[in-house]
Write a protein that binds this ligand. Structure first.
Ligand code: DON
Length: 305
């Protein structure tokens, strides 16, 4: 495993100057201010050996990667009851689509599309006294790191332009699958997306999905082994929206992307790998991030398949 450093360096150098046809997301105006040249990678194995290259310690907006964290906390709190509110099927549609909700009577296909994550945020609001503060503390606890924060700028920027999410939340509420006030649910959702972590911190925060023996700062397991299996399964089938099949085909690991340009991928019982490169392909996933991970699992010959 010592050659992880050499492998990530080689792929990084190989991809660094490749022409990237992707585009930095700017539908959330604040995200558009990030330099397109950022490129960082971290891999942390279950023995806590960590290898980095490039901008691996720069914090960035994790956006939809936070959907794994909100799902995890809701799953901890609700157990299997949670699946009455959100399904576990791939949607085959873009992350912000409204299309299937009407036929599905307001039950989102999975917790990783915006509709599903909004319902998960509603579940959390019903459980938590101070949702933003409590969720941040949960993240600090599983990351073993108190230096985590939301970006107010990014959250406010999305609040001013999040018309589709507003439509989604109202539409789901019309079916009775949002219990709290739409404004409160959206405010919480926008803040969870505006969480900022570096690649190295993201690898650390998701170790609980790779390592069955992982304990949070409070000395407890985060999910049961069976729950972690299920979260990984949803990542494999739904983590990249209508590009989930392509990611599984090319990379062969459960993963999750965000429009900030981050991708986290898990090799259960082995490692967590995180890549950040802000330019996105037309499906909203990091162009170089996908290429990096494809080359990584191909060169190492290590994937779940
Ligand atoms: O709700 C949104 O549109 C963003 N806050 C998150 C979308 C996202 O990251 C999709 N990921 N690839």
């Amino acid at each position: 495993m010592e050659n992880y450093q050499k492998i990530i360096e080689d792929i990084y150098l190989n991809l660094k100057n490749v022409n990237d046809p992707g585009k930095v997301a700017n539908y959330i105006p604040e995200l558009g201010t990030v330099s397109a040249d950022n490129f960082g990678i971290n891999i942390t194995d279950i023995h806590r050996k960590s290898f980095s290259i490039g901008d691996a310690d720069k914090k960035f907006s994790i956006q939809s990667i936070s959907k794994i964290l909100t799902l995890t906390l809701a799953y901890q709190l609700e157990g299997e009851e949670l699946w009455k509110r959100v399904d576990v099927e791939p949607s085959g549609n873009p992350f912000n689509s409204l299309l299937q909700l009407e036929a599905d009577f307001g039950k989102p296909r999975n917790p990783f599309i915006n509709a599903g994550a909004i319902v998960i945020c509603d579940v959390l609001i019903s459980h938590l006294k101070n949702p933003k503060e409590d969720f941040l503390n949960f993240c600090k606890d599983i990351c073993h790191n108190n230096n985590l924060a939301y970006s107010d700028k990014v959250a406010q920027s999305e609040k001013e332009t999040g018309f589709r999410n507003t439509a989604l939340c109202n539409f789901i509420k019309s079916f009775g699958n949002i219990k709290n006030k739409v404004e409160d649910v959206l405010d919480f959702y926008f803040y969870t997306c505006a969480l900022e972590l570096s690649c190295a911190e993201l690898s650390q925060i998701f170790l609980f999905l790779a390592d069955d023996h992982f304990l949070c700062q409070k000395g407890k397991t985060v999910l049961t082994e069976s729950q972690a299996k299920r979260v990984n399964a949803i990542m494999l089938t739904c983590g990249f929206y209508d590009e989930s099949g392509e990611f599984a085909f090319r990379v062969g690991l459960p993963g999750k992307s965000g429009v900030g340009g981050g991708i986290v991928a898990i090799h259960p019982d082995n490692y967590v790998i995180t890549v950040w490169s802000p330019k996105l392909n037309p499906k909203g996933n990091s162009y170089k991030g996908m290429h990096f991970l494809e080359q990584f699992t191909t060169q190492t010959g290590i994937s779940i398949f």
